[in-house]
Design a binder for this molecule. Structure first.
Ligand code: XIL
Length: 351
């Protein structure tokens, strides 16, 4: 071959290689500088979370990708509830909870443990068993200490007691109240604290993000317990809400102040916003939903006491609400909805 031809081919090869290197390095740069909800939250030392279901982590890679990419905190949706993690008296099953904790470790995410003491998802062996008060106390102590102990150092916050109050502010007449009595609440916090002294311990409930009989009584009770030395660090506001008459933002602001003023840390723990009842067009509903998401995030971000917002899921493909509510921030095909962009914007502002 002629010498000049060889040189030409070499020059061409070098040029093609350089173009390829340029394109690939820019692709990497684009990916690594992409703005996500979690990248913005990280900059503010704020947590944006989501409830995660271990079944979908295994079977749906779009799901696990979006959870890993967008969130810096995850909550176990069901996997740490009594009936699932402790299905028989002498048998615990940590397999699905472990899956979520391992996923979080791999993706450098914090984990909220949900939930140790609740009136739902209690196993039959316990609910239908014939046990004395002392035996049930011992079962609950062992349960809490085994579960919290297993994940010691890996769970940054626990929903220790969930939904213990009625709307009128009285204690819910649930399995635990009936069998142990009202002291089950403080005992549970004490036992959890003994098992992991560094974990933050939360009381979690719905309907307490507004000023009403329930939120007033919950605040009073938690304040009294804290004064007695019961290790309660925070309060979780569930907030399964709606665009129609769902949330009063002014009351939410007041509530965050009130809880903060008695030293409680607040997290919004189960946020989703349903649209089914509204009569507007689909587009308007999405816009109203985005506006409410944005107001809730803005309110939490501007409050001294509020440090996290956890969504109850991530995609309308899998929601705890009825399908028509379409309450989450990605649609069924994992396309970000208006709500996603409005949250992104709220995370970009200074407060
Ligand atoms: C729900 C889960 O999302 C469902 O998959 C399950 O069937 C029932 O529990 N308040 C809570 C959560 O504290 O644990 C509930 O989660 C939703 C209401």
């Amino acid at each position: 071959m002629h010498k000049s031809k060889i040189i030409l081919i070499l020059v061409l090869l070098i040029a093609i290689t350089s173009v390829c290197i340029f394109l690939f390095s820019n692709k990497d740069k684009k990916e690594s500088t992409d703005i996500t909800l979690r990248s913005l939250a990280d900059k503010k030392d704020f947590y944006i979370g989501g409830a995660v279901n271990s079944l979908y982590l295994d079977n749906d890679s779009d799901y696990s990708n979006v959870i890993g990419r967008e969130l810096n905190l995850i909550t176990t949706e069901n996997e740490m509830k009594f009936g699932i993690i402790h299905p028989e008296k002498y048998r615990y099953d940590f397999s699905s909870a472990d899956k979520i904790v391992d996923f979080a470790i791999t993706n450098k995410q914090k984990v909220r443990g949900h939930t140790l003491v609740w009136h739902h998802q209690i196993p039959k062996w316990l609910e239908e068993g014939q046990y004395s008060k002392e035996e049930i106390k011992e079962i609950l102590r062992q349960h809490i200490q085994t579960v919290v102990g297993r994940y010691r150092g890996q769970i940054y916050a626990w929903d220790v007691v969930n939904e213990a109050f009625n709307d009128d502010g009285t204690l819910r007449d649930n399995f635990w109240l009936k069998t142990i009595g009202p002291e089950y609440i403080e005992l549970s916090f004490q036992w959890a604290h003994e098992a992991d002294p560094k974990a933050l311990l939360f009381y979690n409930d719905y309907g307490i993000e507004a000023i009403n009989a329930k939120s007033i009584k919950v605040l009073e009770t938690l304040k009294t317990l804290r004064e007695k030395g019961v290790p309660i660090d925070g309060i979780g506001l569930q907030m399964h809400t709606w665009i129609v008459n769902g949330t009063n933002i002014n009351e939410l602001k007041t509530i965050l102040n009130n809880y903060g003023s008695v030293g409680l840390q607040v997290e919004i723990t189960e946020l989703d916003i349903g649209v089914a009842e509204a009569k507007e067009s689909k587009k308007t509903k999405e816009k109203l939903q985005a506006d409410l998401y944005s107001s809730i995030f803005t309110t939490c971000l501007s409050s001294e006491s509020c440090s996290a917002v956890v969504l109850w899921g991530i995609t309308d493909k899998y929601t705890y609400r009825i399908e028509e509510e379409e309450p989450l921030i990605f649609n069924r095909k994992y396309k970000p909805k208006e709500a996603y962009w409005s949250i992104l914007e709220s995370l970009q502002k200074d407060y």
